[in-house]
Design a protein around this ligand. Structure first.
Ligand SMILES: *Cc1c(COP(=O)(O)O)cnc(C)c1O
Length: 379
């Protein structure tokens, strides 16, 4: 089965009771047993719920994995991965990282004795210099948020395999439409399904996908033991969202390209970060590991003026000033004061998150309306 078909049919079956084409929303916490232990595979909805199972099967299918796990948020999914580790273990992580992930790593898991190295990963040999006998996990985000750096998943996987380290990839920005990390050698794929997988800005959810039974069992144990699961209604909504992932992504990519090219020619704009440009430093890797370049575009203004950037995001009318990304509607964010406010100024400026940086999640509206909106806001 090819990708577009998988988004709709992958690992799905019609409901056994009445043949409903979409799985029912099993809004229940518990399941009747005929005798103790005599049940139909479901006992309690923290452990498993049929609507969630349908979604978890879809996650596994679209990421070319064998097992999917759904969580109450993207961060809950990351939290579950971190619980594979123990005190004394070390993690090598992308330095240009989603702010919430950075906060979870440094404010929660460092306190439990896990050591993090935040490193530039555009060069895989740079990763290797941080490996020691305690290194248990490499955490990769690509494209990175919000600087749109591209990390070579295959080269990183080679380092991980060589030293017997787990490789996890946060695939939120790319989605499996653009890249499938498990096929490139990753062990774990993570998603904030809140973003493109859900796709309609109406659910908060996280996902993990793996292709190894033992790893799946360990993560399932953590999911059930820690309990950060999502409910059946949200499972239904994300399953519905995934069915149009491929056509939404196609339009996100087309509009992202149009917006990036418009901004690049604009006299008031300094830098435009989008991996589709031939002069993007990691363009060749992006071309090799991604099908297209996505709908996320970041830019800075000439003079790098904080107030001017704030004025632009306030003036936008079709782009909504809001956190988050990946929905059908276009959003604009100011990382320094919003998503990345929890990262110290010196830290964030080292990775390029300067005062005038604006991040766009380009939606699937008409391209002409989006460009006109940017034009009136930037001036
Ligand atoms: C939003 C996001 C997360 C966190 O997911 P939540 O669903 O908000 O908990 C993690 N990584 C990336 C890249 C994100 O954009």
């Amino acid at each position: 089965m090819k990708f577009n078909t998988k988004t709709i049919h992958g690992n799905q079956e019609h409901d056994k009771a009445y043949g409903s084409v979409m799985p029912p929303i099993y809004q229940t916490s518990t399941y009747a047993q005929t005798t103790p232990g005599g049940h139909k595979g479901y006992e309690y909805s923290r452990s498993a719920n049929p609507t969630r199972t349908a979604l978890e099967n879809s996650f596994a299918s679209i990421e070319n994995g064998t097992h999917g796990l759904a969580f109450g948020s993207g961060l809950a999914a990351i939290d579950a991965v971190m619980k594979l580790l123990k005190s004394g273990d070390e993690v090598i992580s992308t330095n240009d990282l989603y702010g919430g992930t950075y906060r979870l790593f440094t404010k929660i898991f460092e306190g439990f004795g896990i050591k993090f190295h935040f490193v530039g990963m555009e060069n895989a040999s740079n990763i290797e210099s941080y490996v020691n006998k305690n290194t248990k996990l490499i955490w990769v985000e690509t494209p990175t948020n919000p600087m749109m750096n591209i990390i070579d998943i295959k080269a990183t996987a080679a380092v991980a395999k060589k030293h017997n380290i787990l490789l996890a990839v946060d695939n939120t920005f790319a989605t499996p439409y653009l890249q499938q990390p498990l096929d490139l050698g990753a062990d774990i794929v993570m998603h904030s399904a809140t973003k493109y997988l859900g796709g309609h800005s109406d659910v908060v959810m996280g996902a993990l996908v793996v292709k190894d039974k033992d790893l799946a069992d360990r993560l399932y144990f953590i999911q059930n033991a820690s309990g950060a699961v999502c409910g059946p209604q949200d499972s239904f909504l994300v399953l519905r969202g995934i069915k149009t992932l491929h056509i939404r992504m196609q339009r996100h990519c087309e509009n992202g390209k149009a917006v990036a090219e418009y901004l690049k020619k604009h006299p008031k704009i300094e830098n435009v970060y989008w991996p589709g440009f031939e002069d993007h430093p990691n363009h060749d890797i992006a071309k090799a590991q991604m099908k297209d370049f996505g709908g996320m575009v970041s830019f800075t203004t000439k003079g790098n003026n904080y107030e001017e950037a704030i004025k632009i995001v306030e003036k936008l009318k079709i782009f909504t000033l809001a956190e988050s990304l990946g929905g059908v509607e276009s959003l604009a964010g100011h990382p320094a004061s919003m998503t990345h406010a929890s990262i110290p100024k010196e830290e964030r400026e080292k990775t390029g998150v300067v005062d005038s940086l604006i991040r766009l999640s380009v939606g699937i509206e008409d391209e002409e309306d989006l460009i006109a909106d940017l034009k009136q806001a930037i001036g």
